[in-house]
Design a protein around this ligand. Structure first.
Ligand SMILES: [Zn+2]
Length: 260
């Protein structure tokens, strides 16, 4: 049976929506909402929330992936209906970190680790195809054709927050403590002592979510609390960003903002 797997799909029906992974089969469409949140997670449907508990016991809340998923499924259903395509739209939440500790309370939506997805997809088949091979192919093609890159407004604009009101520094990828310090080529966490060489990369990606580009060397050093402009220059060059302006006062923009 033919299946299409499309990643990072952005479409528009009554509003713009974005699908992390879309699995298309002749019987159904499956929307996978991927969550990259490290730590121990607790998910409830009512009230819709996702809580993360770090090792130090700090609890932080995130928008419910279930509410987000329901919304995306509805928008994609509308999109299909507008094209006269009758295909059930199913959803699941995928947790990108396979070794996570997880508590799920009374949810009707499957919450899966990536390795389980093939098994889950197989379990959904009922041997009652609604689309022919040609129809499925044409559906996949129109999705690709209508895809538009998704660039949400930066958070500082959406919520009118001044740049100086955001905390600066590099987050520890292990324990999420802000304020790793640079020792030689390593970033060192003041809390758990974790060392790595690439921790600044997430901070740079975060910057593009928070602010409007282009990101200059100076601004990058301020935001990541890096002293060395040479290191910053190399770090920015290594990140597949697009340079704008000449060497002096060069800034970088991110062509395809795809984070949420
Ligand atoms: Zn740490």
């Amino acid at each position: 049976m033919s299946t299409y797997i499309l990643n990072d799909v952005s479409l528009s029906s009554s509003s713009l929506f974005q699908i992390d992974t879309l699995i298309l089969t002749p019987e159904f469409a499956l929307i996978c909402e991927v969550k990259n949140i490290a730590g121990e997670l607790s998910v409830t449907e009512n009230p819709p929330q996702l809580l993360r508990i770090t090792e130090s016991g700090r609890i932080s809340g995130f928008p419910s992936p279930l509410a987000q998923l329901t919304n995306t499924c509805q928008l994609f259903e509308d999109w299909l209906t507008a094209k006269n395509i009758n295909l059930p739209v199913l959803g699941c939440v995928v947790l990108a970190y396979p070794k996570q500790r997880l508590s799920i309370f009374k949810t009707t939506v499957p919450i899966l680790f990536p390795s389980i997805i093939p098994q889950h997809v197989r379990s959904l088949y009922t041997n009652q195809p609604l689309l022919s091979t040609e129809e499925l192919q044409s559906l996949a093609q129109s999705i690709v054709k209508e895809h538009r890159s998704y660039a949400p407004n930066p958070i500082s604009t959406t919520y009118s927050i001044k740049p100086k009101d955001f905390l600066t520094g590099v987050d520890c990828p292990l324990c999420n403590t802000l304020g790793m310090t640079k020792k030689g080529q390593f970033w060192v966490c003041p809390s758990c002592n974790h060392q790595c060489t690439t921790a600044h990369q997430q901070a740079i990606l975060d910057w593009f979510l928070l602010f409007e580009g282009p990101l200059t060397n100076n601004e990058c050093r301020r935001f990541c609390e890096i002293h060395c402009s040479q290191f910053t220059r190399q770090a920015l060059l290594n990140m597949n960003l697009t340079p704008v302006r000449a060497t002096k006062n060069r800034g970088y923009i991110k062509q395809h903002t795809q984070h949420r």
